[in-house]
Structures are given as structure tokens and as C-alpha cells.
Design a protein around this ligand. Structure first.
Ligand code: PMP
Length: 372
């Protein structure tokens, strides 16, 4: 099988598997235990925090380990909402966020918070003036994604976060950077909170981080011990956290070459698309994602056709594929239900080759001829 579903999750880098399995054997004490073995584990945990914070250019105690971006998103949104409800109950986000944002906001709405979900433009990105014009005195949080997981559209997070800080002293800014960190450079100067996952950058599933700047308080989701500055109780998964630090380090070190490689694959496929295929990803988006609509052909049928030709692609995001037959992201961008019902996401990784891209093109070209 050729694997082109890397936005759902990536193959794990061998270097991470080998260091992780070694660590599982070598160090197994609880990192909160005070004895020598526990201290060894705590040291590994601290070292991982140091590595990640220096790569992201934030402070050590601004790194909170979680089990992935869904948890980080929930901790950021609910944590801020519950902590700062005395300031206000208004939150701004967008209609094309990941379900771990949108469903979290629905829960907050049912608790009495007021949610404004912004539309995106034809590139799938947020208009900055539109964000600023929706800010109110009681807006406690703006949450916007860096790279869209269905289309690869890139929001200008540096500019958006800067403008929000200029416009308001009390509104916090959260960014779901799950599809961007380690792939596309991002400065966190004006970002208060940031979510990411290890398994999108060749790391392990069940590893992730919430960056939380030190001047911000959060209400924890889990009550319990004092791990992660009392914001995420539970025995530390330090072997996972070490593996995450390694995944982020490798991703940053190889970011440029991976980007160039993946962009080349993306260009090869884009340049050979048949006329009846609509491209839903903007040309200046992340090259890791190429979203296509096959006119008049249902997403599920097209993705099964790919599977029958030994290629893994995705219909809507993996997190929604069981329940949705059309993409709310594509529908919001193009206001076209048919296009949203026929969209398929191809997503690349550093492991894909030019030969694989060429095989992918052959199958794309067969779709129009063989699915009637
Ligand atoms: N946000 C975005 C943009 C994503 O693409 C994903 C993964 N599909 C998540 C959040 C959730 O990540 P995880 O499954 O690791 O919790």
C-alpha cells in the first residue's frame, strides 16, 4: 500500500522507536518518586521540556505535556474559559477548525459562553480585519488554527496574534498548530497558548504539548497530583515525552529539506491533474496537504477506488470520517455542497517518493474514466 494519509497520522521514525523502546527497558520508575530511579525519570522529563522549550523559543515551565492536540485544545479552551469567566464569556474561533475545537466550543456554549465562529475566504484562511472587528470587551479568547488539516490553508498566525495584542490587553490567543509545527516555521511571540501532537511529525500517538505562557492561568481538566504544574494530573508518560522531544528536534532539524521534498511531490501531482478535478487547497498552502474534489463522484467511493488500487487517502478529516459524508471545511470555503461531498485529502510525508507520487497520478487519472 502507498500511504498518502499523513495528515491523519505519520509512520513513526525508526530513530524514535529505537530510543523509546530502549528507554522503556532502562528507566521505569515514577518520575514523581524521590528515590534515585525516580529522579532519573524526572531528569529525563526535565531534559525533554528543555529541548522542546528551546526549539519553540519559550520557557521551560511553559511546556505542559499532554496526550495530544485534542487534549491540549480542550485544556486551552476550557482552561481559559473557566479561569477567566469573570472577565467575560465571549470566545472567537473559525468555522473550519478541527472537531476538537468546534465540539469543545459547543460544550462551552451549553455552559453559557458566547461563541463567534468566523467564516474563511476562498483560500480557506481568516481575514485579520474580520477577527479584530469581532473583538469585544468581554472577549476572553481567540482560537485559530495554523494549518488547516483538510486543505493545508495557512493562517498568518504571527500577524493575527500581533494585531490581537495591539487591539486588546485582555484577550488571550490560542493556536492549534497540530498540522504546522515541525513543518512550517512559526514564531510564538504573541501566541499565549499553542497545541500540537507528536504523531503528525513521525512521533508516537498519545504524545503532545500545550504551550502556555507563564503569565496565564488555567483551570485544569483533571484533578489529582501536581504533575505538569498541577495542570495535568497523572503519572508522567516521560518515555513518551522524551520521544516527543526527539520527534520535535528531528522535525526542526530536517524541516527545510522535508518541506522542499514534499513540495516537489505536491507539485508533481498538481501539474498532472485531469481537467475534471477541482483543487481545494490553495497554491500557497502547506505542501503536505492536497485536497481534491472529483466532480460528481462521492468521496467514499473515490477513496475506496484508491484503496482498491493500493493507495491510502482520506475523505474528510480522520476524526470526522465515520460520521460525515461531506466536508464542512470544503463547504464553508467554496459554498458548494457537491464539491464538499466529493472531496478527498491526499497528504504527504518525508517518506513518500517521486515514484509513489507518479503512481498516485496514474490512479487519479483513472478515477474519471473508471468510476462512472
Ligand atoms: N487539530 C488538528 C488541526 C488536527 O489535524 C488534529 C488531528 N487530526 C487534532 C487537532 C487532534 O490531534 P490528536 O488526534 O493528536 O488529538
Amino acid at each position: 500500500m502507498l500511504y498518502f494519509d499523513n495528515a491523519a497520522t505519520t509512520k513513526i521514525d525508526e530513530r524514535i522507536i529505537s530510543s523509546y523502546t530502549k528507554l522503556l527497558n532502562d528507566v521505569y520508575a515514577n518520575s514523581s518518586s524521590l528515590h534515585k530511579e525516580g529522579r532519573k525519570a524526572a531528569e529525563l522529563l526535565n531534559k525533554s521540556r528543555e529541548i522542546i522549550s528551546s526549539l519553540l523559543n519559550v520557557k521551560n515551565d511553559e511546556i505542559i505535556f499532554t496526550n495530544g492536540a485534542s487534549e491540549s485544545n480542550n485544556l486551552a479552551l476550557k482552561g481559559v474559559a473557566h479561569k477567566y469567566s469573570n472577565r467575560g464569556k465571549h470566545i472567537i474561533s473559525s468555522k473550519v477548525e478541527h472537531p476538537s475545537i468546534l465540539n469543545c466550543l459547543k460544550q462551552l456554549e451549553s455552559e453559557g459562553y458566547e461563541i463567534t465562529l468566523l467564516d474563511v475566504n476562498e483560500k480557506g484562511t481568516i481575514n485579520i480585519d474580520n477577527v479584530i472587528s469581532h473583538l469585544r470587551k468581554d472577549t476572553i479568547l481567540v482560537s485559530l488554527m495554523f494549518v488547516n488539516n483538510e486543505t493545508g490553508s495557512i493562517n498568518n498566525i504571527e500577524e493575527i496574534s500581533k494585531r490581537i495584542k495591539q487591539a486588546s490587553k485582555t484577550t488571550l490567543f490560542h493556536c492549534d498548530a497540530t498540522q504546522g509545527i515541525g513543518k512550517i516555521p512559526l514564531k510564538l511571540d504573541n501566541v499565549d497558548l499553542l497545541s500540537m501532537s507528536g504523531h503528525k511529525i513521525y512521533g508516537l500517538k498519545g504524545t503532545g504539548v500545550l504551550v502556555k505562557k507563564e503569565n496565564i492561568s488555567l483551570e485544569p481538566l483533571i484533578a489529582g497530583g501536581s504533575q505538569e504544574y498541577s495542570l495535568r494530573a497523572g503519572t508522567s508518560n516521560y518515555a513518551g515525552d522524551v520521544s516527543l522531544a526527539k520527534a520535535i528536534k528531528i522535525a526542526f532539524e530536517e524541516q527545510k529539506e522535508n518541506f522542499i521534498h514534499v513540495k516537489k511531490l505536491n507539485d508533481i501531482v498538481r501539474d498532472s491533474l485531469p481537467n475534471d478535478v477541482e483543487v481545494n487547497s490553495p497554491v500557497d498552502g502547506s505542501p503536505y496537504i492536497l485536497n481534491l474534489s472529483f466532480k460528481g463522484k462521492k468521496s467514499a467511493i473515490v477513496s475506496t477506488f484508491f484503496e482498491n488500487n493500493d493507495i491510502c487517502v482520506s475523505t474528510v478529516s480522520a476524526c470526522g470520517s465515520q460520521t460525515n459524508s461531506k466536508s464542512y471545511v470544503i463547504e464553508n470555503i467554496f459554498k458548494d455542497e457537491e464539491r464538499a461531498k466529493s472531496s478527498v485529502r491526499i497528504s504527504f510525508s518525508k517518506y513518500n517518493t517521486e515514484d509513489e507520487a507518479k503512481k498516485l497520478i496514474e490512479v487519479i487519472q483513472k478515477v474519471g474514466k473508471e468510476i462512472l
